[in-house]
Design a protein around this ligand. Structure first.
Ligand SMILES: [Zn+2]
Length: 102
């Protein structure tokens, strides 16, 4: 959450969610590792569900305070989001001149 000044002088404000002028850049060099993490997380949850060890899987992947009654898709979202945020860069399109930068 910050403010950026475009070369045209426009101030780009990053202080809310779902901004139409904000995007995420995922470098090509990390695409395979991110994809592998996604599939590994999903496979491990499916294996835990098959084995009846969902609560142990939650314990192994989250802090003790993490809710135990979330949908499986929500837990996968939380794990994948962390990885995506860590490996991607924020980019912005100036609404005044159209310049893209980060
Ligand atoms: Zn601009």
């Amino acid at each position: 959450m910050s403010k950026l000044k475009c070369s045209c002088g426009h101030i780009i404000i990053d202080q809310a969610d779902n901004l139409k002028y904000k995007a995420y850049l995922l470098p090509d060099i990390v695409v395979d590792s991110v994809s592998n993490i996604f599939t590994t997380i999903i496979d491990s949850l499916i294996d835990a569900l098959d084995a009846g060890t969902r609560l142990e899987w939650i314990k192994n992947n989250f802090l003790p305070s993490y809710p135990k009654d979330l949908k499986n898709s929500s837990m996968i979202h939380d794990l994948i989001s962390d990885d995506l945020i860590e490996k991607s860069k924020d980019i912005f399109e100036c609404e005044k001149c159209g310049m893209v930068g980060y």
